[in-house]
Structures are given as C-alpha cells and as structure tokens.
Design a protein around this ligand. Structure first.
Ligand SMILES: [Zn+2]
Length: 316
C-alpha cells in the first residue's frame, strides 16, 4: 500500500551529525594545538556576535578560512579549538560584533546570521554543526567574562572549553540550556501554536525551557498546559538538536493530549489550535490553501511534525 502522504525527500536536521572529532584530550595540550594551528590544513570559522563570515567563491560561500585569513579580520576576542576534521585542526575565532558588521561592506564576503545561512542553504550542510559549536561556545565566552562566584575577571583555558577564576580558583564550564519542543497529539489531530515572533504564516510545536529540578517529560506536560491549557499524559522522546541561539539544546518529543479545550496564554503565544493530518501535510509540502506553513526542514519542529504525519509515533 502506498503511504497516505507523500512528503518528498526528508531534509537533513540542521546542526547535527557533525563530522568533527572533538578530540577533548588535546584541549590542555598547548604544544599540539599550536602545531595543528600552524599546519596548512588548519581552518577557522569566524564569528562576530550573531554574524557568520564566509568567502564568496563564485555562486558558493565558503565559511572556512585559513588561520592567517581569519586573523587578518582583526584581533580575535577568543580562539577556540573545535576539533579535528580528518586530522586537520578546526578552530573558532571570535571577532567583535562591530568588526563583523563592518565586513558587510566587502563584496568578497558574505556576512549574515546563522538562521539565514541554515534556512537558505547558503553554505554546505557539513559546515553547520561546527559553526553551531563555535557560535554557542563563543557566545558563552561573551557572557561569562566575570566569575559568578566572586565577580573577578575570568580567563579562557582548555582551548576555550573552560574559564578559570584567578581570585577564587573556580572553574567554569560551557553551559547548554535544555528546551523541550513537543507536539501534543489527539488521534488524527495535533496542537500547533504561533509566536508573534514567527513569520506570519508559520505554525509550530510548542516549546519552553526545562526548569531546574524538572524532568523532560514533566517540562513537556507543564509547557503544553501553561501555553495552551491542554493536559498531557505520556511523553515520547523523538530526537534532539543543538540550537545555538545562543546556547540551547532542543529536546523533541511527542505527547499524548488528554483534554481538548485550548486556553491560549497570550503572553507566550499569539494563537494555538488543533490541525488535522491533511491540513498539516499540506503545510509541510507548502500546498496549504491559506498559505500556512510549518518550520523549515532544518528545524527539529519540522521533523517532529513530519514524524507524526508519517505515523512513526507510538505511545505504548
Ligand atoms: Zn571567582
């Protein structure tokens, strides 16, 4: 029997399946890292705040620079070691946001935000995971220049994977903020919501930060109840996605809706409603009669919704 919905080829989930070996054992080894950085095969991603810098090469964009090219953009705020790609060192180089902004004037460079790069496919897919790694880590440095324990200025160590406080000796490690993103399902219908920040046609899964002392399952149930007034029962983990805006990890789930009446929290959402499978399939394939859409294929929201349409979800 042919599948009920033909949604076309499945797009890759953005920022995942990194080809880099993180090689954490090299982080304290300054001599090895210096040798890797000096090798002709070394490459660096250059990031200034939210802006990613890439070279224009014909119609393509190349975000990997030699270290000499990267350093020519100005003094780095940080240089971090991302890992090895087939034995070659890969680094992230932070520059001041104003310096990145100024590079927009150069015709030989593309300087834009990571969302645009990912959604529009402006660089080869393989570059997205290391760019996400570099962006999240550099943003952590930007926000953790002072010790939360005693207030003294901290210093980068471990090739960017720690900050140390010289005053109280505390060691600070990069953080990742867990976010649950879930699709509540009631048989042939699912619950989608709209944030006022979304493009005007887009609807997606509900989402929210996991709070301290909370499980993923409890967070998924709480957020669905708070944002849309829907009670949920069982929760099934689906997949996760790094979301470097600035340092989140999206934890994708499906959850079983136990109630029907929606009460929208207007502080969080512009709207929320039930959608049936025919309507959502049309949204996924950009054929909805009113032009409604789901998130783009790089985002985990697309994949959570698509998995439900393709009947991969089982709560038992
Ligand atoms: Zn301290």
């Amino acid at each position: 029997m042919p599948p009920r919905f033909d949604l076309g080829p499945k797009p890759p989930l953005g920022y995942t399946a990194s080809r880099l070996e993180r090689a954490a054992e090299l982080r304290p080894d300054a001599a090895r890292l210096a040798a890797l950085a000096a090798d002709a095969s070394a490459g660096a991603y250059v990031i200034g705040g939210d802006l990613i810098v890439a070279k224009k090469i014909g119609a393509a964009n190349e975000p990997l620079f030699t270290l000499a090219e990267a350093r020519a953009f100005g003094p780095p705020t940080e240089t971090i070691f991302l890992g090895l790609c087939a034995g070659a060192g890969r680094f992230g180089i932070g520059i001041a946001p104003a310096a990145a902004e100024a590079l927009k004037a150069r015709g030989d460079l593309l300087v834009t935000d990571l969302r645009s790069i990912a959604v529009q496919g402006l660089v080869a897919q393989d570059h997205l995971p290391p760019i996400a790694e570099a962006k999240a880590l550099l943003q952590w440095h930007n926000r953790h220049r002072f010790c939360p324990n005693c207030g003294a200025a901290t210093a980068l160590s471990q090739a960017g994977w720690r900050r140390d406080c010289p005053a109280c000796k505390a060691e600070h490690f990069p953080r990742t903020d867990p976010v649950v993103i879930m699709l509540a399902i009631a048989g042939e219908r699912c619950l989608l919501g709209r944030s006022a920040r979304f493009p005007p046609t887009m609807w997606s899964c509900l989402a929210g930060f996991v709070e301290p002392g909370e499980s993923i399952e409890d967070a998924a149930r709480r957020e669905t109840r708070e944002e849309a007034g829907i009670a949920c029962g069982r929760v099934r983990y689906f997949a996760s996605q790094p979301w470097p805006f600035p340092t989140s990890l999206m934890i994708g789930c499906h959850t079983e809706a136990l109630s029907e009446e929606i009460v929208v929290d207007r502080q969080e959402l512009e709207d929320a409603r039930w959608f049936n499978k025919d309507e959502v399939a049309a949204m996924l394939t950009r054929r909805h009669r009113d032009g409604l859409t789901t998130p783009p294929g790089v985002a985990i929201g697309y994949h959570i919704i698509r998995a439900w349409i393709e009947d991969e979800i089982n709560f038992d």
